[in-house]
Design a protein around this ligand. Structure first.
Ligand code: AMP
Ligand code: MG
Length: 390
């Protein structure tokens, strides 16, 4: 049995960053920027008014000063003339500041009569002008890698980047194994259950940027399993679920061996999730997850998500664990690293009494995995423990 961190290092060695591709801006949301991109223009491209008001010369600004309005500058329609002494141009937010002006008096501070305006109130010191290039300039870069969020997409749009270089999405083939499994919506026989892990993992991995394919459930026969692996062979990562222990019907290890998998390791010193296997099968990385629903999902968080990050070219350092005080004592931990389901209520962490790795209700109720190192001693109320938000 190897440690969780050795297992993770080995898994990360099985994958490498995907190639880059160029996609239209709208398709780039949620994708990983593959290389830095540079703004193709200044924003704003001209000194622009930040307010509705009157553009004039700052040297002439004082209460009760009077000006003649000689024209208008609106967004998209600038004023082409020049503002001279004693003159002002009606201006609106986003409009270019006319030549000769270097101050905008907001309309609330003005009283107007025909073409004459008077500064009725002290206008303050802000010029109400956004300088040319004040947000970004030609050549300002957006750094990579980063997961492109909505603000990034808005910024790329403003930079006039219509085509965005992003990492290709890794394809992940999910293979559920077991005679007892049917799909949600099907009618299970008396000895059957619904395949759940596949769908939980699909949700987890899709949200993390993978392109997930759910393959037909493989029955517990070598030929079914072999067919599933054939269907999966063009995937970047093949994930099997179940059939990974040493029972009579656990065929994944045997079949992958006959298919020529070089196995990187088999068992990991963790709870839940001990029977985890990994290696390379043809062009694909392969991970065999345990079948118990909670084990499969926990292994998804601890192992598959970092693998995906590596494939997407993102940092893979183990996510910094958070710490919080315990709401109650917990007993000492066994020899394996334990990921205990629990709930953080904003102040302290409650570790669930029942840590059965088959109980999805408890996983759904959990918002943290409390990480107990091997042989961690008993801990009292108020002692701080590490946790991973899920
Ligand atoms: P196994 O590793 O195949 O012995 O499976 C361990 C346990 O997980 C058994 O109770 C299986 O019925 C269950 N199991 C395996 N695969 C799935 C799945 N895709 N969804 C839900 N439960 C599963
Ligand atoms: Mg099974």
């Amino acid at each position: 049995m190897i440690s969780v961190s050795d297992a993770l290092d080995t898994l990360l060695d099985l994958v490498s960053p995907m190639a880059a591709e160029t996609v239209p801006l709208r398709a780039a949301a949620g994708r990983v920027l593959a290389e830095p991109v540079s703004a193709k223009r200044d924003q704003p491209p001209f000194a622009a008014s930040a307010m509705d008001g009157y553009a004039l010369k700052s040297a002439e600004v004082e209460k009760d000063a009077m000006f003649k309005v000689i024209g208008e500058s609106a967004a998209g329609h600038g004023f082409t003339g020049r503002v001279g002494a004693g003159q002002a141009v009606r201006i609106f937010t986003g409009a270019p500041i006319p030549e000769g002006a270097d101050f905008v008096v907001i309309q609330e501070d003005i009283s107007r009569s025909g073409n004459l305006i008077t500064i009725a109130d002290h206008p303050g010191t802000s010029t109400n002008i956004r300088p040319k290039g004040g947000d970004f300039q030609i050549g300002t870069t957006m750094d990579a890698p980063r997961v492109l969020g909505s603000a990034d997409i808005a910024l790329l749009a403003a930079m006039n980047i219509a085509q965005v270089p992003v990492r290709k999405q890794p394809t992940v083939a999910l293979i559920s194994t077991g005679d007892e499994l049917v799909l949600p919506g099907d009618t299970p026989g008396p000895d059957q259950i619904i395949a759940s892990n596949t769908f939980g993992l699909d949700a987890l991995l899709t949200a993390a940027g993978a392109r997930v394919r759910i393959l037909p459930i493989a029955r517990d026969t070598e030929s079914d399993l072999r067919t599933a692996f054939e269907l999966a062979q063009d995937a970047d990562l093949i994930v099997t679920i179940g059939g990974a222990s040493v029972g009579d019907h656990d065929l994944v290890a045997g079949v992958t061996e006959t298919l020529g998998m070089s196995r990187a390791f088999y068992k990991v010193a963790m709870r839940p999730g001990k029977p985890l296997m990994a290696g390379t099968l043809g062009q694909s990385a392969m991970v065999g997850l345990p079948g118990n629903p909670v084990s499969a999902m926990v292994c998804g968080h601890i192992f598959i998500l970092p693998m995906l990050r590596a494939m997407l070219g993102l940092a893979t350092d183990t996510p910094a664990l958070l710490t919080a005080p315990l709401a109650h004592p917990v007993s000492e931990n066994g020899p394996r690293q334990h990921y205990m389901r629990g709930r953080f209520d904003g102040q302290s962490v409650h570790v669930f009494d029942d840590q059965d790795s088959a109980r999805l209700t408890l996983l759904a109720e959990a918002n943290v995995l409390v990480v107990r190192p091997p042989k961690d001693g008993a801990r009292a109320t108020g002692e701080r423990v590490n946790y991973l938000p899920i």
